[in-house]
Design a protein around this ligand. Structure first.
Ligand SMILES: Cc1ncc(COP(=O)(O)O)c(C=O)c1O
Length: 390
């Protein structure tokens, strides 16, 4: 074992990845992407018409083995529209980890609903299920088959388990807990295309699940997202809402409620279709990158690389370092030194409950989430770092 040193860490990463610069995650494009995009342009179906959206949704459906897929303009609006379709209403509370991307929480706010922040654990970066159960037992009273927050008097309607950095959270136990407390479950699997728990794709455990195809994800549509759902009714509702709530008619414009223009355009779907054909190759590269980083970090004391848990198959979207407690004070110094060497590491998200718009919202004790923020650093993780992309 070698002694923990910032210099040793940055040097070893540089030796592995080359001179750089190395961003946290960049898209991997090739000839197929150009071909599919030009086809869309040539056919003049760049927006909502054309074959690519349907084809892309079918690929996602078959790969994840979900019942239904609706693609959307991004992952944030996928979460928003899924919560709406699941029946979350103004002033109702939604349990959400404080350790997530801000989009998860903003989607709750767009509905006029209330985020209620819950804790995460360093074991899988997801919801700390045991701690949450104890907390809910204290704060909830059941009325008319609904969970009511004793303190606010509001209905606690849903929970959003977030699978962080591509790794499955304790989803089976969360589903059991949600049933006990009569909560709808929307999985935020934005970062998790290609990740499974007990061979079941993430985003297919709850009432609905969301994916993101933003430029920094394992596959991209430029901007884009999808809702995976079990029920036809939910999917039909989503498809209707994201297409401006328009009633099918050959020429008349009839909209039967206030809808949204949130459908994934065909141009983006074309890109996605080319990308998804490379997913298994990307997953291989990600795993190989994990092994190579692990080879470095298993030889340095006081720091380790996050490894997928039992029963989990991660897509290793991001490679994550965990500092021992005694090295927490080196986190910012390490990130700064790495940036000076053009290795663009990033910390985990700042807790959303500590950001201006969310400071006053309901929350439980968040020491697990704070521990993750203090100990975690994400490494450059693009699949293109170690493999040729054709
Ligand atoms: C955990 C998580 N949730 C939600 C989102 C939102 O997705 P998008 O950026 O496509 O809106 C992202 C991605 O950026 C994410 O990482």
């Amino acid at each position: 074992m070698e002694k923990f040193s910032i210099n040793l860490i940055t040097k070893s990463i540089k030796k592995l990845l080359g001179k750089g610069p190395h961003s946290l995650h960049e898209p991997s494009m090739g000839k197929k992407e150009i071909k599919y995009i030009s086809n869309t342009i040539k056919k003049n179906f760049v927006s909502t018409k054309g074959v690519y959206v349907h084809k892309f949704e079918k690929k996602i459906k078959n790969y994840t083995k979900t019942n239904y897929v609706s693609s959307t303009i991004n992952g944030t609006q996928a979460i928003f529209i899924a919560l709406k379709a699941l029946g979350v209403k103004q002033k109702e509370e939604v349990l959400v980890p404080s350790l997530t991307f801000v989009g998860t929480v903003n989607a709750i706010s767009y509905l006029g609903a209330e985020p209620h922040f819950i804790d995460s654990n360093i074991k899988d970066f997801g919801i700390d299920c045991k701690k949450l159960e104890n907390y809910l037992r204290k704060i909830i009273v059941f009325k008319n088959n609904k969970s009511i927050n004793k303190k606010t008097g509001k209905i606690i309607k849903a929970i959003i388990p977030v699978h962080v950095f591509g790794h499955p959270c304790d989803i089976e136990n969360i589903v059991k807990l949600a049933k006990k407390f009569k909560l709808k479950i929307l999985e935020d699997a934005a970062e998790c295309l290609g990740s499974f728990y007990k061979k079941k794709h993430l985003g297919t455990f709850g009432d609905a699940g969301c994916l993101s195809f933003n430029g920094n994800k394992i596959i991209t549509t430029g901007g884009g997202g999808a809702v995976l759902s079990k029920s036809k009714k939910i999917n039909d509702k989503i498809k209707h809402l994201i297409s401006t709530a328009k009633i099918d008619h050959k020429w008349e414009y009839i909209h039967d409620e206030i809808g949204y223009n949130f459908k994934l355009p065909s141009l983006n779907a074309a890109l996605g279709l080319a990308q998804i054909s490379k997913l298994s190759y990307f997953l291989k590269l990600k795993r190989e990158l994990f092994y190579r980083y692990n080879n470095i970090f298993s030889k340095i004391e006081g720091i380790k690389l996050f490894k997928e848990n039992k029963n989990s198959k991660s897509n290793y979207w991001l490679q994550t370092l965990i500092l021992d407690h005694k090295n927490i004070s080196s986190k910012n110094k390490l990130i700064k030194a790495a940036h000076n060497s053009k290795i663009f590491m990033r910390p985990a998200w700042k807790l959303i409950s500590e950001l201006g718009p969310y400071k006053k919202k309901q929350k439980m004790n968040l020491e697990g989430a704070r521990e993750i923020y203090n100990r975690v650093i994400n490494l450059p993780s693009s699949q293109s770092l170690i493999g040729k992309i054709k």
